[in-house]
Every structure is written in structure tokens, then in C-alpha cells.
Design a binder for this molecule. Structure first.
Ligand code: UDX
Length: 436
């Protein structure tokens, strides 16, 4: 199959490289000439484990290339995927669809022969209808079907998620489009794979419902963690105990500083807006957003409490700034409001992150950036683990303690055992383990 991918952001680049790896012929298009030039030089603009090798191998095999001009690759394509950004619109929280619609119009003008246009970007319910209308208005003669094929990729695990998906959702009623997309995903569906065909609007809603449900699961366990601290219970055992029930499942029950990232905050916000527009308010999701927002500053108060309630003049070391490990992504990272609160309270903040410091510097310009975890801990009155990078899971605790001014650790990801930390002489505070 010939595939054209519009947008070489996170989703576009990972999906394009994986499709090429399945054996399809893929062209990735981006308006940003600098990005395309970098890709031609073999430079990958995002941090994703394994992506550079995957791109290089498929470019070498002649299955993957990059361009700024969509005309020829759209004309030749069996399927054109729209994978441009849909950021939250400033002011009202709706998804900003201007990039999607601009891409649809440009694609329309370049279509030749039967082509499936597929929205992969996360878009509000009904966007597929508007994309189809725009294409038909721009090019009435086009032989086109518009489908929705949402992605469920986690940053840091995107290639694995693409190649071993729990399901692939294909939203279109058009039989020819179902055939083309079925063929594109055939490598994943040879053994009755997880392909699910549905209506286009249903596919669009599945994406939002999935992300909102996962965000709800996280927020639920975070509130249970707060209660566990008060009643002297262990939230990790509670999560295990409820997760063994197949109806609940063990994943996304890890208590922490609240969810962040490029998807959950934006998608919960957009879903709430869609619910209000259609007079079907999603009150649970509204509560999830509010609880999650409050949580980040509450984590700063937790640090302050660990330091006896007075932060003025204290030095706080922060380990991990990205919203999760294995990414350099700082979008909506809990570290941003957390660090801002700490500095508001009068603390001096030092920080270290294995990959996110370049991006962090624009968000948090007034803190000190360090070489590694021990350099960060040097002279600190408290050390806060914000992101559970593997580098922080097996720190030399004696060395850490020797470096610090006071042996206080606030572990917001529960990566250490309270007993072990006590043995090393730390005053140790974690999330939902009855020891705050
Ligand atoms: C998410 C979805 O998982 C993915 O399917 C969708 O397509 C895009 O959004 P991503 O944002 O990359 O992926 O990261 P994810 O691993 O889901 O984590 C999101 C946030 O939730 C992170 O801040 C993470 O720390 C937090 N989280 C996750 C928890 O606090 N506890 C958990 O148990 C799981």
C-alpha cells in the first residue's frame, strides 16, 4: 500500500515509520522545512526509544521518505493519514482544529484516484464529517472516503504500542475504505487480530472515552491514596487488591503527583466541552480534571509539610521533570506547577532530569539545573522524586544521604520501600502509604 502521513510530530512519525516497517511505502509530509531537512540528515526531532533505528532502517530500505510538498505523495496514495496537532484552543479548552482543516483542504486539491483520508489526530466527534465536507467542497470530483483511526500510543512505548496494540479502531461505513485500512493493518491482524470496525463518530468517541477513563482511573487511585494516608493504609496494596478483580484490572492504578502529558489533560478538557455542547455533561470527567489540577499544588504542600511547614530559604532537589519517564516531553508535566509552588513558598529549587532539561528551561527558567542525581542532592534540605526514571530507582542511598543537608525524601512515585529508607536514616514520605 502507498501511504502518505501528514504531520511528522509524535503520532505521524511513529505511525509512518511503523507502517513502513510493515512493508508499506510511506511518505511523511511536514510544512516545517527545518524538520524535514533534519529528517533527511537522519535526525529525529522527538525523543522516543527505538525510533531513530526504525526510521533509519526503513529509509535505507527505500520504504520511507520525507518531503514538504504533499502534492505528489497524496496523488499516489491509497491512504492519506492526517496526524497534525490538535492543541487546546486558548481561552475555551476546545480542540483547535485549524491544522486538521487546513490539511484536509490541501489534501483535497491533490487527490487522484480512490483515496481513503484518515484522521489519526485526536478530534472531537463530528470532525470526520467536516473533513469530508471540506474535501468534497474543495474538490467535488474527488473519489474519496473519510475514516477515523485513532491512535492509542503511549510516549516512551509508542513503537511497541503500535506493533502490539490492544485494538485497532477503524471508523468508516465505506466498504472500500474498510478494505484499504484492513490491508494496511493486515500484518497485525493475521491471527484474528484486534481490528474493530465501527462508525466514524463512534471511533472518534472511543478515543476520548478511553483517555478519559484512564485519567479517571489514575485520579480515583490518587484520591484513595490521600485517604490511605489518613487512615494508615497502603495504597499500593489497595491497588493490587482491587486490580486482581478482572473487572477492574491492575493497570493505571499507580498513585502519584497527578497525570500530565500531551493527551490526558487536553483530551479530558475537550471531552468535557463536547459534553456541554451536546447537553450531555460529563460530570465525572469534570471532577477528574478539577481533582487532578488541585493535586499538583497539594504535592508542594506535602513537601512543605515534610520540611516542617516552612520553605523559606530551604533548598529542594527535584529528580525528574518530564511528565513521565523515557520522554523529553514537558507538556503539562506535574513538575511545572509543583516547582512553581515550591519557589512561591520561598524554596530554592535544584533539578535534574535525564532527558527533559532542555525543554524544562523554557518552562522553569529560574531554577538550577544539575549534572546528575547526586549533584542535585548536594546541600538539599529535601529531595523530591517527581518522575520515576529508571535512573532514580536504584540510587546509592548512603551517597545520597551524605550529599544532602537534611535526609528528607519525598517520593511522589513510590519507587522506594519505606522500611529500606528508614534503615538508611531518611525521613521518607511517599504517596498513600500511611506514612506522610
Ligand atoms: C496516553 C495514553 O496512555 C495513550 O493511549 C494515548 O494515546 C495518549 O495518552 P501518554 O500520555 O504518553 O499516553 O502517557 P501515559 O503512560 O498514559 O501516562 C499519562 C500520565 O498519567 C503520566 O503523567 C503518568 O505519570 C500518569 N500515570 C499513568 C499515573 O500517574 N499513574 C498511572 O497508573 C499511569
Amino acid at each position: 500500500m502507498r501511504i502518505t502521513m501528514i504531520g511528522t510530530g509524535y503520532v505521524g512519525l511513529v505511525s509512518g515509520a511503523c507502517f513502513a516497517d510493515f512493508g508499506h511505502r510511506v511518505t511523511c509530509v511536514d510544512k516545517d522545512a527545518g524538520k524535514i531537512a533534519a529528517l533527511h540528515r537522519g535526525e529525529i526531532p522527538i525523543f522516543e526509544p527505538g525510533l531513530d533505528e526504525l526510521v533509519a532502517a526503513n529509509v535505507k530500505a527505500g520504504r520511507l521518505d520525507f518531503t514538504t510538498d504533499l502534492t505528489a505523495p497524496v496523488g499516489e496514495a491509497d491512504a492519506v493519514f492526517i496526524a497534525v496537532g490538535t492543541p487546546s484552543r486558548r481561552g475555551d479548552g476546545h480542540a483547535d482544529l485549524s491544522y486538521v482543516y487546513a490539511a484536509a483542504k490541501e489534501i483535497a486539491a491533490a487527490l487522484q484516484g480512490f483515496t481513503v483520508v484518515v484522521t489519526k489526530s485526536t478530534v472531537p466527534v463530528g470532525t470526520g464529517d467536516e473533513v469530508e465536507r471540506l474535501i468534497r467542497e474543495t474538490n467535488p470530483a474527488a473519489d474519496v472516503a473519510v475514516a477515523s483511526n485513532p491512535e492509542f500510543l503511549r510516549e516512551g512505548a509508542a513503537i511497541r504500542d503500535f506493533k502490539f496494540p490492544d485494538r485497532i479502531v477503524i471508523g468508516t461505513a465505506d466498504e472500500r475504505a474498510r478494505k484499504v485500512l484492513g490491508e494496511i493493518y493486515r500484518p497485525l491482524s493475521l491471527n484474528q487480530g484486534p481490528l474493530m470496525y465501527t462508525a466514524r463518530r463512534t471511533a472518534e468517541l472511543i478515543k476520548y472515552a478511553a483517555n478519559a477513563f484512564l485519567a479517571t482511573k489514575i485520579t480515583f487511585i490518587n484520591e484513595i491514596a490521600d485517604l490511605a494516608e489518613k487512615v494508615g493504609a497502603d495504597v499500593q496494596d489497595v491497588a493490587r487488591g482491587i486490580g486482581m478483580d478482572n473487572r477492574i484490572g491492575p493497570k493505571f492504578l499507580h498513585a502519584g503527583p497527578g497525570f500530565g502529558g500531551s493527551c490526558f489533560p487536553k483530551d479530558t478538557r475537550a471531552l468535557v466541552k463536547i459534553g456541554l455542547d451536546y447537553e450531555a455533561p460529563l460530570r465525572i470527567v469534570e471532577a477528574v480534571m478539577a481533582v487532578n489540577d488541585n493535586r499538583k499544588r497539594a504535592m508542594a504542600r506535602k513537601v512543605s509539610a515534610a520540611l516542617g511547614g516552612n520553605m523559606r530559604g530551604k533548598t529542594v532537589a527535584v529528580l525528574g521533570l518530564t511528565f513521565k519517564p523515557d520522554t523529553d516531553d514537558m507538556r503539562e508535566a506535574p513538575s511545572i506547577p509543583l516547582v512553581t509552588s515550591l519557589t512561591d513558598m520561598g524554596a530554592k529549587v535544584k533539578a535534574f532530569d535525564p532527558a527533559g532539561m532542555d525543554h524544562a528551561k523554557s518552562e522553569l527558567p529560574d531554577i538550577t539545573y544539575c549534572e546528575d542525581a547526586y549533584d542535585c542532592a548536594k546541600g538539599a534540605d529535601a529531595l523530591v522524586i517527581v518522575t520515576e526514571w529508571v535512573q532514580f530507582r536504584a540510587l546509592d542511598l548512603s551517597r545520597l544521604k551524605a550529599a544532602m543537608a537534611q535526609p528528607i525524601v519525598v517520593d511522589l512515585r513510590n519507587i522506594y520501600r519505606p522500611a529500606e529508607m528508614a534503615e538508611h536514616g531518611f525521613s521518607y514520605h511517599s504517596v498513600g502509604r500511611g506514612d506522610a
